[in-house]
Design a protein around this ligand. Structure first.
Ligand code: KG4
Ligand code: ZN
Length: 335
């Protein structure tokens, strides 16, 4: 059995996990610095980097101990770490820590693409799933339709041409004065709203798999300026409906065009109730396996980084010790 320590510090979560080569999670620890950013309405990069520096050591120690390992000399076979994309100051903390652990313990280290990590989340809960899988990856920084042929072999079919889905949730929540992060707040509010109260456009209805959320955000601003008395719950429900409608229409199109065995949701927006229900219905209608990882594995965590690291280490070998952080590392650049 190969055991990997995974480390994730690309944004505001400091996370460490121990995962084996059957994708079984031995431990997974996450410490978020979100409370420090809330007053600013978004993640403040310098605060995030400083929080990682304080938290990384204790989080790694807790992950090793709860996996039953000696934290000073753990019986692990390698260290996997997110080396991009993300906030550069945050990435550098995790990367430096991972190199130090690997050197101290005499094990290989491997840099992992954060987005590829998200693609591995379904495997953590269903290691024997059938391939290929069409994954809708939606987070605060990215929105993409990915054809995942087999573990680590994937192709981006389409992505957002402007804002990511989570970013749109966060911006609309900020406009409505609802707080940060906006996704969970709008999702909750939408439960008691009427989604027919605001007429909002569904963008990118033509061919292809690219999506766009910037026009929708502007439409919410205009509509609420024009009808300031609209109930917040109705605005939330109408916006949530327009986001889900666009993503689900494209997903349906991709499922018509590509022969896959399953459909998956990944990334923080995979927590969205409307999207989860829509993907579940679509999978049922198309007779496909449906992979909706639990919320803790959908949002940023280190178990998914360790899982992708297991594949990358076996496929590409260890990363060089002079590996740098790549804040803009695109998923499509991986082979
Ligand atoms: O994957 P993630 O934890 O971090 C990034 O890599 O971005 O995703 C965070 C994003 C935030 O934009 C947040 O508002 C959104 O996921 N989010 C949601 C929900 N829960 C979190 N968006 C819509 N509905 C939700 N229930
Ligand atoms: Zn993420």
């Amino acid at each position: 059995m190969t055991l990997l320590l995974g480390i994730e510090t690309s944004c505001d979560d400091t996370a460490a996990a121990v995962v084996d080569d059957s994708f079984h999670i031995h431990s997974s620890v996450i410490e978020s610095s979100i409370a420090q950013h809330q007053a600013f309405g978004g993640v403040v990069p310098e605060l995030a980097g400083r929080a990682h520096l304080r938290t990384l050591g204790p989080v790694v120690e807790r992950a090793l101990i709860s996996a039953g390992l000696d934290p000073l000399s753990p019986a692990i076979d390698g260290v996997a770490v997110t080396s991009g994309p993300g906030l550069v100051g945050s990435l550098l903390v995790g990367l430096s820590g991972a190199k130090a652990y690997a050197l101290a313990w005499g094990v290989p280290f491997v840099g992992v693409n954060h987005l590829e990590g998200h693609l591995f989340a379904p495997l953590l809960e269903q290691p024997d799933l059938s391939w290929p899988v069409l994954t809708l990856l939606v987070s605060g920084g990215h929105s993409a339709f990915v054809l995942h042929e087999s573990p680590g072999v994937h192709r981006v079919l389409g992505e957002t041409i402007d804002d990511a889905a989570g970013e749109a949730y966060d911006k609309v929540a900020r406009w409505l004065g609802l707080g940060y992060p906006g996704g969970p707040i709008i999702d909750e509010l939408a439960q008691s709203g009427d989604d027919s109260k605001l007429r909002l456009p569904v963008s990118m209805t033509g061919p292809g798999y690219d999506v766009s959320f910037s026009g929708l955000k502007t439409a919410v601003v205009r509509a609420t300026q024009k009808s300031p008395d609209t109930k917040l719950a109705d605005v939330a429900a109408s916006f949530q409906n327009a986001v889900a409608e666009q993503l689900l229409r494209k997903l349906r199109g991709a499922l018509d065009d590509y022969d896959v065995a399953g459909v998956a949701l990944a990334g923080g927006v995979a927590a969205n109730s409307k999207l989860r229900a829509g993907v579940r219905d679509l999978a049922k209608e198309c007779g496909l396996q449906c992979h909706l990882p639990s919320l803790v594995n959908c949002t940023d965590n280190a178990a998914m980084i360790a899982a992708a690291g297991i594949y990358r280490l076996a496929h590409d070998g260890p990363s060089p010790m002079d590996l740098g952080a790549d804040p803009n590392w695109a998923l499509g650049a991986l082979t």
